[in-house]
Design a binder for this molecule. Structure first.
Ligand code: HMG
Ligand code: MG
Length: 316
């Protein structure tokens, strides 16, 4: 315990990977205008987000919403200090991502065979073999590669997945050259204890500072899982503005922990995020209105309700 009452075990700062423009939008049924995607990324950067997953260079037949990745990356004004990354499932995706001048790419595997087949049409081993030349080519191009492992700790098709199965895929991606491994609770069935056991299993082979938490909020546990992961020593978290999102190959999954909720949690713990919460709330409100969606961020809703109350009081 520090003198000010905060826990010395928690990190002093976290790094947020904003996945709203990719994970948040990929599941939207109606095509989102490229100009809105660009505006979203610009606003997020203005709010202080220093890593934005901006696109996915996947098959447009599989995920039509992500088909305009090159135009999105071509249309944003690059800011110094901001990483603009994209998902790539194979060599074709990497070539497109490099052509669009991404600053980082992410390959994505799963800890569940069924999900791997549904999501990327191959087994886990085949996916890792496919990623090997992708990682090597990216390395030659000087582009860092992040690795996702989906279905930790649960799969929509197979149910519970053993922490050892997740740890094995995480370790292989790390050994292959991924600089960071993001643990994806795709269907949000993780709870704090499961999350901590999972992190402990993965930390055998991947250094803790190379692990990231990617918690979907389908069962309402995402913020609790962030806290559990913070206690376990993880300090990188993926989040989606307005809690937007879901995975097109994970039926019923909802969005990631809302970035606003993550920032509010961290501020309450005295943990630095580098994000301006007021600007972020404005961005989340704007994109949810543009999509015609309710805002899934409880922090944002409470923030706006308080602002409306204060405005009404001052008008009296
Ligand atoms: P496939 O059909 O086996 O691919 O799909 P293929 O190599 O046989 O190619 C078939 C066609 O796709 C060809 O076109 C290729 O050119 C084209 P055709 O000749 O028939 O006209 N194609 C591509 N086009 C553009 N970009 C590419 C590309 N690759 C092939 N990169 C494939 C295999 C992996 C391509 C496909 O399954 C796919 O794109 N899957 C992506 C699914 C996806 O994006 N899921 C959501 C992201 S993952 C996620 O959300 C989880 C995460 O958030 C973490 C978590 O929450 O757990 C990361
Ligand atoms: Mg996800």
């Amino acid at each position: 315990m520090r003198e000010d009452g905060t826990s010395a075990a928690l990190p002093a700062s976290v790094r947020i990977v904003e996945v709203g423009p990719r994970d948040g939008l990929q599941n939207e049924a109606a095509l989102v205008a490229t100009a809105d995607k660009i505006a979203l990324i610009e606003r997020l950067a203005n709010a202080g987000l220093a890593h934005i997953e901006a696109a996915a260079f996947v098959s447009p037949r599989w995920v039509p919403q992500m088909a305009d990745g090159a135009q999105v990356l071509g249309g944003i004004e690059r800011r110094k200090g901001v990483t603009y990354s994209a998902l790539v499932p194979n060599a074709q995706g990497l070539d497109a991502a490099l052509g669009a001048r991404v600053s980082e790419v992410a390959v994505f595997a799963a800890a569940s065979e069924s999900f791997s087949r549904k999501n990327i049409n191959c087994s886990i081993d085949e996916s890792l073999m496919r990623f090997e030349p992708v990682i090597e080519h990216a390395r030659q191009a000087g582009i860092p590669v992040r690795g996702y492992v989906s279905c930790v700790p649960g799969c929509p098709f197979e149910g519970e997945i053993a922490p050892e199965a997740v740890a094995s895929v995480a370790a292989q991606l790390y050994r292959m050259g991924c600089h960071e491994i993001s643990l994806g609770d795709t269907i949000g069935t993780g709870t704090p204890l499961k999350t901590q056991r999972l992190i402990a299993a993965c930390a055998h082979d991947v250094p803790l500072e190379r692990l990231a938490g990617h918690f979907h909020d389908t069962w309402g546990m995402a913020a609790s899982n962030v806290y559990a992961a913070l206690e376990s020593g993880v300090s990188v978290f993926d989040a989606s503005v307005g809690g937007l999102g879901g995975c097109p190959y994970s039926p019923g999954a909802s969005g990631n922990v809302a970035t606003e909720d993550l920032v509010w949690l961290c501020e309450g713990l005295g943990i630095e995020t580098g994000v301006d919460l007021a600007a972020l709330v404005e961005t989340g409100t704007w994109i949810c209105a543009a999509l015609g969606r309710p805002n899934a961020s409880r922090t944002s809703r409470a923030w706006q309700a308080r602002a409306a109350r204060l405005a009404a009081e001052s008008a009296l």
